[in-house]
Design a protein around this ligand. Sequence first.
Ligand SMILES: *[C@@H]1O[C@H](CO)[C@@H](O)[C@H](O)[C@H]1NC(C)=O
Ligand SMILES: *[C@@H]1O[C@H](CO)[C@@H](O)[C@H](O)[C@H]1NC(C)=O
Ligand SMILES: *[C@@H]1O[C@H](CO)[C@@H](O)[C@H](O)[C@H]1NC(C)=O
Length: 381
Amino acid sequence: MLAFLYFVQMLINLPKMLVLSWNNMIFPPSDSSQHFRISTVSPSLWMTSSDINANYRTLNLSICHVSIQVATWRIDDVIVDGTSCSRILKIDKLGGQRVTVDILKAHGEIQRISEVVKSERKFWMVSIGDSFSSGQGNPDKKSENGKKAEWMDEPCYRSTKAFPYLISRHTPNSALSFLSCSGSTVENSIISKNGQLEHLQRLITAHGAPPDLLFLTIGGNDIGFTDVISLIQRDSKITDKFDMRFFFVSHQIDRVAWKLKEMNVSRVVLLDYYDATKNEKGEVDGSCGAFGRVSLPNLQLADRKILQRLNSLLRRKAAEHRWIAVDTTDIFRTRGICSSRSLIRSRNESMMLQGNEYGSFHPNEEAHRLIAERIVKTLEL
Ligand SMILES: *[C@@H]1O[C@H](CO)[C@@H](O)[C@H](O)[C@H]1NC(C)=O
Ligand SMILES: *[C@@H]1O[C@H](CO)[C@@H](O)[C@H](O)[C@H]1NC(C)=O
Ligand SMILES: *[C@@H]1O[C@H](CO)[C@@H](O)[C@H](O)[C@H]1NC(C)=O
């Protein structure tokens, strides 16, 4: 009889025992290392002051490695909604906040895990400049079946395939203010009223500190890259007339530098312009027709007297203002628009990808990846 009762007792308790051992199998007896796993929700885009305030505190807290059965989450002893084992929480930037989670164990047993979670400071990057850094020529999604191409920002032709975005995605716990805009000159869009630097100033005020890193692509539209070819076609003595333009661009770059100094932005990365004229042998080549009917000598002239001259000006300015000059010459040395291994968008590709020709003569996706890698390596990010 006693044996029988014992047997019944065991049967009744069997499920519990099973749960217990099952439970111990997945959740070994707790130790002191039961902490939240904290990750950031990235990459963060900081385009407005409210992005900064919101994003600064946004963390993904997970306790799923301890238990997926959560009863309650509390922040500073206030119960918040939700019983999933990971959740996005907004953490105050000052001093952190106490996060407490009650997890359910077998027999309705509750285990409490509680710790102060601090919001990590983000590595803040900013991109200022023209179509080179906006990623013109590389829509996020190409136009297809009569549907328009998609961009992060269409009027500015900003793309998630552009090097600033790629770098921020590569850098853990970073935030990017992507302000570059296709067509920008210093005068019309960088230091203008409501321009990129004024925009940046508002973000700096919201953040309470300058960015950790700023990418800059300027000078190309100021010098007038787009009309160089057509001007040279009409008059090969045009290069002398560019003296004034170079003088002007030099001054424009100084104005940007002074503004950035005022704003306490100290780590600036200046990109030189990519050379679109070289074929796979490293020679200036327009034979694929990309440059229209411009003669080879004129193309060589444009390359030497405009592009190379602008790049040496940029390097000189970078040295003068203690900016970091990132040299991408070798990336494009044999990979211009008429090269068999071109890194430059042709007019046809642009028409196909984005439904207009504005993407032509810009670096393609692969080029942006190579540039991003180069910058990451140069800066040891
Ligand atoms: C938060 O982190 C957990 C655990 O790493 C993961 O499973 C979950 O998908 C993350 N949530 C978000 C929104 O990133
Ligand atoms: C730059 O730094 C100086 C000295 O720390 C400070 O006085 C000034 O207000 C800062 N400028 C801006 C725009 O934050
Ligand atoms: C571009 O497309 C046009 C018409 O579709 C074609 O005739 C031309 O050969 C193409 N050009 C290049 C460089 O592929």
